[in-house]
Design a protein around this ligand. Structure first.
Ligand code: TRP
Ligand code: ZN
Length: 903
């Protein structure tokens, strides 16, 4: 029986929260693991919660067979309990209760990858958010925390390794070739942090001594044959442990910490107490199979899950509306960790730019679309749909603003107080804010709106210099567009970091009128606190007309409207001491050119003029000369890190450009961007070639920031040269493909070839497949690079979906082809005949039957359908409606499609 589907799914409201009627002290579980039918015996000791008036026990359970139910030793018969709509209720239970529950589940039939499932013959669990209820009946909510003891029993040959949370306290052999292992987790935890792994796995392990002198055992578990790919994950784990001790004084609280890699996984990784389970994509790496980006992602995700041990596990969420309490904070921590691992100021800036790009490309559109929600939402239908860029990335920005306001030391004080108050508790976002505020002695009540209001604020800047009075005024105004269910927005508390550049490009000393006389201020960046709809800040003793550098280091998650001339942008790009704003100036300059080109292409096609497109573009591109000059300066500035130069030379993506147009025209955007890339490639040809050769990384591969930066710059140079359609560039790419000693260079060369007219491209694609047929993660790359090729039309993607190596059942593979196409190839996905949308609808419907969580992610590809021209809108609406009408839709997909059609 499927209990996760229904025609009218219920909406869960934050305001309906009530404390649990019963608290759980201990949970003892016994698993008899069998892929077809696993028997689970659970013994729960519970007692009435004095804070609740209710005597009713409510347990959740889904897709389970209930074999037996006993209360205080007595078997309960149907009638003594109610079983309905995924809930098991026992009406009037005594003050102290021991429940004994026996359930049966079929892991091999579980394609949702939630609860207990089989992947490549091994057992894994995934319980966040509400997967534990697919294992047994339980008060499966994060504010019910208990101590767990787990006995695992399985065939010893097939499943030699048996793992669960905490410490291994006993193991041994049983009859019939079976064996057992008993695990005890010394810490209270919510059920979503429960985990088990059983199977044929091997590990890299090592002992590590904490600062306190205590020794811990670290393990990275993988399938046999992958031990040559675990070193980087182990290094990242050790770095994470050390970093959390140094930066936040937080120590690993267990004697044993395990990471396990699994090939079938819905998301990136999961922070189960002491037993983190990871998508193989975020564990396995060696130079042959992993790119620089993979290496960086592994470090970030290993850090992220490890940091959850304190921010998430020791202090957890009261309810799922508080998800960003742990996710926003932990993303902020992993961002800071990655930045500190590079160490240099420019390295930190590169990381910051990368993170802001993700925010703008994915979160800003979410905030502007039908699924817009605040960092602490007020309602949801399916909680799995709320593991979003808003909860994670915008949540991290909100946490970062405390640090911007209070400084690193003030932030640390707030963290210390948070743990002092809440260790071992399940709390709310408000509790985190209170700790930050109390530790720093400031009233921050208005800051709460970052948690309650959805939408991206827009800050408009106007400036006035008075040369007689030597004053400079910045007037900031803020607005925020309505979002579904939230028409009216109140002003946010926005920290706006500002610097002023003199005519030589140097930072000016900053004195605000509000500072008063006397105290000298040597800071050249000031954080202005915008709290009203409009506010004016007056700088005094400003010797000359400055060029303002506003929102330095992206001090708040807002859109900044400021009118710069092309010359001012080029000036900022050349001189700003804030590397983020330096990059930003270049992006603004490029965006300006691209939007002019896009409008020209649209005008030409709408007017039906019989003008050659090339002429239209050439005319409109007259102002792109300045951009070419500015890019040339950056490209040739050897004082700048290669990684920074690569970011500065990369044009805003088509998706990002789309968001900045009134009505999205994917074809015109693509045409313009490709044209400008080609033009830049021609104009800067010699410099690009020189940079290509100057940034080679001979010798053994290392993923460090300097080497990976060089590869990035070299490869972006190659992509421009290829875009200029230079035959010499084809040869260069082919040569790079043949000689590469690492996946970063090999893949970059293959992408370049695939997006060129080079004669060798088909052969290279074929060879790549053959060489890496045994490496699932590389075959994912093979699908993804074809799915995002400019030449890949819907028919080509359909053909690839028939490839024997393709399957929807494996989320990584589904993402590599289907998601890459639907969200990473706008010009082909939005084919004017609507065939992309038909393909999308087919895949959403197919995935819905396999894995609702992953299907709902794909369903979001059409979120922004109302922003396209009417002809495309109609085709998108039809596709959405076809999905909406499909039978047996999960509530995951229903929620997404329902909201898209409603808003
Ligand atoms: N809590 C996990 C993290 O951010 C992610 C997660 C949530 C997850 N739900 C999941 C992972 C379901 C896999 C499947 O680190
Ligand atoms: Zn997380």
């Amino acid at each position: 029986m499927r209990t996760d589907t229904s025609a009218t799914p219920t909406t869960v409201l934050r305001k309906d929260y009530t404390v649990p009627a019963f608290l759980v002290d201990t949970v003892d579980m016994g698993f008899d693991l069998d892929p077809a039918a696993t028997r689970i015996a659970t013994r729960i000791t519970m007692r009435r919660n004095p804070a609740s008036g209710s005597k009713e026990i409510v347990l959740f359970g889904e897709e389970l067979e209930l074999v037996q139910l006993r209360l205080n030793g007595k078997q309960l018969k149907p009638g003594q309990y109610q079983l309905e709509a995924g809930k098991l209720r026992i009406a009037s239970a005594p003050a102290k209760v021991v429940l004994e529950i026996e359930t049966l589940t079929s892991p091999e039939k579980n394609t949702s990858l939630m609860g207990l499932y089989v992947s490549n013959g091994n057992f894994f669990t995934q319980c966040e958010a509400e997967g534990f209820r697919k294992i047994t009946y339980f008060p499966d909510r994060p504010d019910v925390m208990a101590k767990y003891t787990v006995m695992l029993r399985a065939d010893k040959k097939k499943y030699p390794v048996l793992l669960s949370n905490g410490n291994l306290i006993e193991e041994g052999d049983l009859a019939d070739g079976r064996h057992y292992a008993k695990w005890e987790d010394p810490f209270k935890k919510p059920s979503y942090l429960f985990a088990l792994v059983a199977g044929n796995l091997v590990c890299q392990e090592q002992k590590y001594t904490l600062k306190s002198g205590r020794e811990v055992l670290l393990q990275v578990w993988v399938e046999d044959g992958n031990l040559d790919k675990t070193q980087h994950a182990m290094d990242s784990l050790i770095n994470s442990i050390r970093w959390d001790e140094e930066r936040f004084g937080l120590e690993l609280d267990l004697d044993r910490f395990m990471i396990v890699a699994v090939g079938d996984f819905n998301m990136g990784a999961m922070e189960n107490k002491g037993l983190n389970i990871f998508n193989t994509k975020y564990v396995l790496a060696n130079p042959r199979i992993a790119t620089d980006v993979d290496y960086a992602n592994i470090e970030a995700v290993v850090g992220h899950e490890y940091f959850h041990n304190w921010t998430g596990n020791r202090v957890t969420c009261r309810d799922w509306f508080q998800l960003s309490l742990k996710e926003g904070l932990t993303v902020f921590r992993d961002q800071e960790f990655s930045a500190d691992m590079v160490g240099t100021d420019s390295g930190r800036a590169v990381k910051r730019i990368d993170d802001v790009r993700v925010l703008r490309q994915a979160q800003f559109p979410e905030d502007a679309g039908p699924m817009a929600h605040s960092v602490r939402p007020d309602s949801y239908v399916e909680i799995n749909n709320f593991y979003t860029v808003t909860i994670y990335e915008k949540g991290a920005e909100v946490v970062r603003m405390y640090q911007t306001l209070f400084g690193r030391d003030g932030f640390r004080k707030g963290m210390d107080l948070y743990f002092e108050r809440h260790d071992g508790q399940a709390v709310e976002c408000d509790d985190f804010r209170a700790a930050m505020v109390d530790a720093n002695g400031r009233d921050l009540s208005q800051f709460e709106r970052w948690y309650s209001q959805a939408g991206t604020p827009r800050v408009r800047v106007q400036s006035k210099y008075d040369s007689a009075k030597k004053t400079y005024e910045l007037t900031l105004t803020q607005t925020c567009a309505p979002t579904p269910g939230q028409a009216k927005k109140l002003p946010f508390h926005i920290p706006v970091a500002v610097g002023l550049l003199d005519s030589k490009g140097k930072d000016m000393p900053l004195r605000l009128q509000a500072d008063g006389k006397g105290k000298a201020n040597t800071e050249t960046t000031r954080v202005l606190e915008l709290t009203k709809a409009e506010q004016t800040f007056r700088f005094v003793e400003v010797a000359e007309q400055p060029v303002p550098s506003i929102l330095r280091n992206f001090s708040a998650p807002v859109v900044l409207d400021v009118e710069y001339s092309d010359a001012e942008l080029a000036f900022l790009l050349a001189h700003d001491s804030d590397p983020f704003n330096r990059w930003e100036a270049g992006q603004r300059l490029a965006t300006r050119s691209l939007l002019v080109l896009t409008a020209a292409v649209q005008d030409a096609s709408q007017a039906g003029h019989v003008v050659a497109l090339q002429d239209v573009l050439n005319n409109a591109a007259s102002n792109s000369g300045a951009l070419g000059e500015a890019f040339g300066l950056i490209l040739n500035d050897a004082a700048l890190d290669a990684a920074f130069r690569e970011l500065a030379l990369t044009l805003p993506s088509e998706t990002l450009l789309a968001e900045q147009t009134e009505v999205i025209d994917p074809q015109a955007i693509h045409t313009s961007r490709q044209y400008l890339r080609g033009k830049l490639g021609q104009a800067l040809k010699d410099d690009l070639l020189a940079a290509y050769h100057a940034n080679q990384t001979p010798g053994a591969y290392s993923p460090d920031a300097e080497a990976s930066g060089k590869r990035a710059l070299k490869n972006v140079a190659l992509s421009y040269l290829i875009q200029a359609d230079d035959e010499a560039a084809h040869a260069l790419a082919q040569q790079q493909y043949d000689n590469a000693n690492n996946m970063t260079d090999r893949l970059a060369a293959l992408v370049a070839l695939t997006n060129s007219s080079a004669p060798g491209k088909a052969a290279a694609l074929e060879k790549f497949y053959e060489d890496f047929a045994q490496e699932a993660l590389v075959i994912d790359k093979w699908f993804a690079l074809q799915a995002t090729a400019y030449t890949a039309d819907v028919a080509a993607i359909r053909a690839l979906s028939e490839h024997p190596a393709f399957t929807l059942k494996n989320p990584n593979r589904a993402r590599s082809l289907i998601f890459s196409f639907c969200s990473g190839n706008p010009v082909n996905f939005h084919a004017v005949d609507g065939s992309g949308y038909e393909f999308w609808a087919d895949q959403v419907i197919a995935l819905n039957g396999v894995n609702p969580q992953v299907a709902a992610r794909l369903a979001r590809s059409l979120d922004r359908w109302r922003k396209y021209a009417p002809a495309l809108q109609e085709k998108m609406r039809a596709a959405l409606q076809r999905v909406a009408a499909a039978p047996d839709l999960s509530k995951d997909v229903l929620e997404v499609i329902g909201k898209a059609l409603a808003n």
